[in-house]
Design a binder for this molecule. Sequence first.
Ligand SMILES: Nc1ncnc2c1ncn2[C@@H]1O[C@H](COP(=O)(O)OP(=O)(O)OP(=O)(O)O)[C@@H](O)[C@H]1O
Ligand SMILES: [Mg+2]
Length: 143
Amino acid sequence: MNKIRHRTEKLKSEADTRALGLEIADALEPGDVVALIGDLGTGKTALTRYIAEGLGVKEEISSPTFTIIREYRSGRLPLYHFDVYRLGSGDELLDIGAEDMLDGDGVCVIEWADIAADVLPEDSLIVSLSYGGSENERTAEIY
Ligand SMILES: Nc1ncnc2c1ncn2[C@@H]1O[C@H](COP(=O)(O)OP(=O)(O)OP(=O)(O)O)[C@@H](O)[C@H]1O
Ligand SMILES: [Mg+2]
């Protein structure tokens, strides 16, 4: 994932979010973890959908709020999409068997990653999303 330039980017519309998702997808390698942080509705699932599109995932991406994890195998790499909103800690993430996925040969995209930050790899790509000045504007901090 070294190709991704660390930066703060204004996402003026969802098209910019899609461009970011496609850029991230292009750079992903087996074992990479993308940690998404941001309030309700800032676009974590939307960004995941565009990362999936970039990986060539054919299935519809639906939010794993109740299942915690969804797995997609139809893209260039296996995609594990997590939403850990309902978990209390990183340990709970390990309890549900995430370790094999975090260390596996797929890529993990994790919504509400701040909750489980202590068990995520040091070299995770962090994307922190926040609301911008207008309805469709977001800011992404990428580091
Ligand atoms: N620039 C933008 N980038 C991403 N989403 C946008 C943008 N502008 C508007 N939206 C809209 O904002 C909403 C983002 O919802 P989404 O479910 O992706 O957020 P989320 O961060 O996953 O929320 P949750 O915390 O509930 O999981 C969508 O309805 C999307 O269409
Ligand atoms: Mg979501």
